[in-house]
Design a protein around this ligand. Structure first.
Ligand code: NAP
Length: 314
């Protein structure tokens, strides 16, 4: 495994982070047992993954709690999150206590406000952040994080505002081969302020559900947003493969995200053992060849919001 420093938190984190949410929810999304999900998390740990992301709404905090039980607490970095629309500071503090119980731990390394839209950011910064800072002083959380609602905020407006406030140590944001918005609108600021970054939506359903990429490309070509030839190909992104390139489009997608300057941890979500192993290997591979990377920027750098579907939208 390779490790990096998560911005100003100073946490040494694996560059591959296991996400216990998305459609897969560490296997819970496909009906796996708790023991299977725990085994999957252990398999990730055995390969050096030390960063694990969950959330109250995923229903996987207790699974992560069971998986880390009996292991040295400093062997894992726990990221969890909560944020219901309209949640009060008091309710958020109670939610942190519930998360601690579910995770069977005394502290959360990174606690995020989850899926904050631009329209509720005022409440987040004025009411919720001060409460989180108090919980940080009490030692319940080590660092404050905030995550965007990628499907509803394609231009990353909320995070562009959040980077101007001091309190957020970590940000979770969507970035992929066909949604490269953060390169110009966020990474320069997060890097300057040493805000740790966690990448989500690197693969999601666009690159994993069979036929989804071809259909999306066809539509984009029809709308004139990508060159026509991309809409006509059976395998539109075959230029990613072979000759020093990737073995699969999914591998290319993880490598693309991993080596983007400004990206610290690439979160991958899976409920499948073989996918887990493959994704860790992909994230550890070198950058895509420079001409391929340049081509991806040239073809798709102007797109916004592609591949950012909610978990229900598959
Ligand atoms: N607003 C937020 O805060 C927010 C939103 C979204 C995500 N997240 C976090 O980010 C994490 C990553 O989420 P994501 O959905 O963006 O993950 P992702 O890694 O981009 O995509 C995961 C999807 O691809 C499939 N997949 C993964 N590896 C594969 C492989 N090698 N071959 C074929 N299919 C593969 C998975 O299904 P299988 O189970 O079949 O592998 C799953 O459906 C989440 O778990 C969560 O922790 C946070």
């Amino acid at each position: 495994m390779e490790y990096t420093t998560l911005g100003r938190t100073g946490l040494k984190v694996s560059v591959a982070g296991f996400g216990c949410g998305g459609k897969s929810r560490a296997g819970q999304g496909s009906g796996k047992s708790t023991a299977d999900s725990v085994a999957l998390i252990h398999r990730a740990m055995d390969q050096g993954v030390n960063f694990f992301d969950t959330a109250r709404s995923y229903g996987t905090e207790s699974i992560l709690g069971a998986a880390i039980k009996g292991r040295p607490r400093d062997a894992v970095i726990i990221s969890t999150k909560n944020h219901e629309s309209g949640v009060s500071a008091e309710q958020l503090v109670s939610a942190i206590d519930v998360s601690l119980k579910e995770l069977q731990t005394d502290f959360i390394d990174v606690f995020h406000l989850h899926g904050v839209g631009p329209e509720v950011y005022d409440h987040a910064i004025n009411e919720l952040a001060p409460a989180m800072l108090r919980e940080q002083e009490r030692g319940k959380i080590r660092f404050l994080g905030i995550t965007e609602t990628s499907p509803n905020d394609h231009g990353q407006k909320m995070l562009q505002r959040a980077v101007t406030d001091d309190c957020w140590d970590v940000m979770m944001l969507g970035f992929n081969m066909m949604h490269q918005v953060a390169r110009t609108r966020l990474f320069p600021q997060t890097s300057k302020q040493k805000i740790g970054t966690l990448i989500m939506f690197a693969v999601r359903s666009l690159f994993s559900v069979p036929g989804r990429l071809e259909k999306t490309m066809g539509k984009l070509a029809e709308e004139g947003r990508v060159p026509a030839w991309l809409g006509e190909r059976e395998t539109p992104l075959d230029f990613l493969l072979g000759d020093g390139g990737a073995d699969s489009v999914i591998e290319a997608a993880y490598r693309f995200a991993r080596h983007e300057p400004g990206a610290d941890v690439v979160l991958f979500g899976t409920g499948d053992t073989a996918h887990l192993d493959a994704n860790i290997q992909s994230i550890l591979k070198p950058p895509l060849p420079e001409p391929t990377r340049a081509k991806l920027t040239d073809l798709f750098g102007h797109l916004e919001g592609i591949g950012l579907d909610g978990p229900g939208a598959r």
